[in-house]
Design a binder for this molecule. Structure first.
Ligand code: HEC
Ligand code: HEC
Ligand code: HEC
Ligand code: HEC
Length: 449
């Protein structure tokens, strides 16, 4: 091939890569999509997705509705707004109306598009239904059953690209972390709402899946790589939380910054519990961010983008310092916002590289070991919980290729999970001790220092 032709090909490659990345950056979440939502009943007939058992002749299982209705919490999410707990939350928050008619709650607990875009079979009682994740079905609902229609055609007709890790992370995180339009604030938590948390790969498993990633699936949509899903999920959590912190409209509740963005145990703990953290960046007595996603991402950056790790660690350090640093700004929170914006930008720039990264067995092993080595930093419940879920997601792939010590590794995981059994009774020192034992064992096995 001529050199100029090669150059041209590279250029076209780069341009189309950016177009693709851009297309994703602009992906519209199902709730904001401007076509009609037809409602779950349109998907639920027994010859469509409402079969009780999977079909052997079809490329998809066809019993998706059954799985969703009977095993997936999302089908109960509207019902939850009628529960005693919700009545209590509504009272404590002094809501003008009951929870099940309050937009703030419906935005996350149901598919809640604009009234004009709700079709005649649409029902808010379906909760987080098919169209919450797959997008309003006005157009793709008609064409997806026609012969010869490909997955790409469906996406062109408004099917949300749930099989792409970045789009998937944006979707699930929009309700499980929050975004510019919805959020579980500290006020909502204090009124009784459960604390939100998510690790994308783990949550996909416990949902549970109503699809089978078999050979046919891979031909149509490609692989669903658990480690990539974990990594992109963490990057997107970090971006979402940093953006909330740096947005002046969202980061304050009275005299405090939005407490839901911080480590709960920084304020809520008994004096008898040893809290002074062994984290490198933090002095005693300083408010700590919930930085669990930043810690997870650190392991990922170290292995996948080693030339960025210095810059990454520096920006995380500067953000942590910004909470306690003396400065001359009139509004000292501007310093925090500035640091949060810079870190968010760096992570946004890293996302395409994390998507393109090849998660080979050796790299997965390196990520696994780096995660295990991070133990002294996992010193509060949110960090510990994320570390555990990360080890499950990455460890599963690690064990597919390095199964020599599978039973000891699984045992260590059981020990760690016991440490996490109760948030109230969580003991950081005890968790770190178990974790360090695990780290030593793995280092000996792998000959890593
Ligand atoms: C429109 C908002 C919304 C979206 C999008 C969403 N969820 Fe949820 N999810 C919820 C709500 C609300 C609940 C709580 C349901 C209940 O119990 O009332 C929930 C519950 C869950 C649970 C059960 C948690 C538990 O404690 O048992 C899992 C797992 C879960 N979601 C995973 C996911 C995954 C994975 C995605 C993306 C594929 C996703 N969710 C997308 C709103 C959403
Ligand atoms: C940013 C999205 C979001 C908003 C806003 C939101 N929720 Fe939730 N809610 C969730 C998710 C996600 C869960 C599941 C948490 C989990 O288990 O991980 C949940 C769980 C709950 C539960 C516990 C369900 C159960 O039985 O386990 C109740 C009750 C609840 N929400 C009520 C409300 C009420 C009332 C409002 C409005 C005042 C509200 N929520 C607003 C996302 C949201
Ligand atoms: C909480 C989000 C969520 C909800 C709600 C949801 N799905 Fe899915 N669905 C997914 C994800 C994630 C995948 C896997 C990624 C993909 O293949 O696009 C998927 C995949 C599928 C597939 C493709 C299987 C394949 O082999 O290609 C079908 C069909 C499907 N869902 C139907 C439904 C139906 C019908 C409903 C309602 C009863 C529903 N889904 C509700 C998230 C959701
Ligand atoms: C900056 C300190 C701070 C942080 C960080 C913080 N809280 Fe709070 N929290 C408070 C204060 C102050 C109150 C109100 C006083 C009280 O009720 O103890 C409160 C009250 C609460 C209550 C109500 C307690 C009651 O007795 O009614 C809950 C629940 C709660 N917080 C949960 C959380 C969760 C979950 C997190 C982490 C996501 C968190 N808080 C982070 C300071 C904080």
């Amino acid at each position: 091939m001529k050199r100029s032709l090669i150059k041209l090909k590279i250029l076209v490659g780069i341009i189309s890569f950016f177009l693709w990345a851009n297309a994703l950056a602009e992906v519209v979440l199902p709730q904001h999509e401007k076509s009609m939502s037809v409602g779950n009943v349109d998907c639920a007939s027994s010859t469509c997705h409402g079969s009780v058992v999977p079909w052997s002749q079809s490329p998809v299982l066809q019993n998706e509705y059954f799985t969703w209705k009977n095993m997936d919490r999302h089908s109960q999410s509207y019902q939850s707004l009628l529960s005693q707990k919700s009545i209590q939350i509504a009272q404590k928050l002094n809501l003008a109306q009951p929870a099940h008619v309050t937009t703030q709650c419906l935005n996350c607990h149901t598919h809640y598009p604009d009234k004009k875009l709700q079709g005649k079979s649409f029902s808010v009682q379906d909760g987080v239904g098919c169209e919450s994740c797959h997008g309003p079905a006005e157009k793709w609902g008609v064409t997806h059953t026609q012969k010869g229609t490909t997955h790409q055609d469906n996406i062109k007709h408004g099917l949300y690209p749930t099989s792409r890790p970045l789009a998937l992370a944006k979707l699930c995180n929009s309700c499980h972390v929050g975004d510019a339009t919805k959020f579980v604030s500290h006020r909502l938590l204090a009124a009784g709402h459960p604390r939100l948390t998510i690790e994308l790969n783990t949550f996909l498993k416990i949902e549970p899946p109503h699809y089978l990633v078999d050979e046919d699936y891979k031909l149509r949509k490609g692989e669903l790589s658990p480690v990539k899903i974990w990594a992109i999920g963490q990057a997107e959590i970090a971006i979402a939380r940093l953006d909330m912190l740096s947005d002046p409209k969202r980061n304050h509740q009275g005299i405090f910054p939005e407490q839901a963005l911080f480590d709960c145990s920084a304020c809520h703990h008994q004096f008898s519990q040893q809290q002074i953290s062994s984290k490198i960046n933090q002095a005693p007595g300083v408010l700590r961010l919930n930085d669990s996603s930043l810690l997870m991402l650190r392991a990922m950056v170290q292995v996948a983008l080693p030339d960025k790790i210095g810059q990454y660690n520096r920006l995380v350090y500067e953000l942590d310092q910004s909470f306690s640093q003396k400065n001359t700004l009139v509004n000292s929170f501007e310093n925090v916002q500035d640091k949060a914006k810079k870190l968010s930008l760096l992570i946004q720039q890293m996302v395409p590289a994390l998507e393109a990264f090849v998660y080979s067995p050796e790299k997965v092993r390196a990520i696994f070991i780096t995660l295990v080595k991070g133990s002294p930093d996992y010193s509060n419940y949110a960090d510990a919980e994320q570390a555990y879920m990360a080890l499950s997601s990455v460890g599963e792939v690690y064990l597919q290729n390095y199964s020599k010590n599978a039973s000891q590794i699984k045992n260590s995981m059981v020990q760690l999970s016991k440490e996490l059994a109760s948030e109230e009774q969580f003991q950081a020192q005890s968790f770190i001790k178990q974790y360090s034992k695990f780290a030593q064992f793995l280092q000996v096995q792998n000959g890593v220092q």
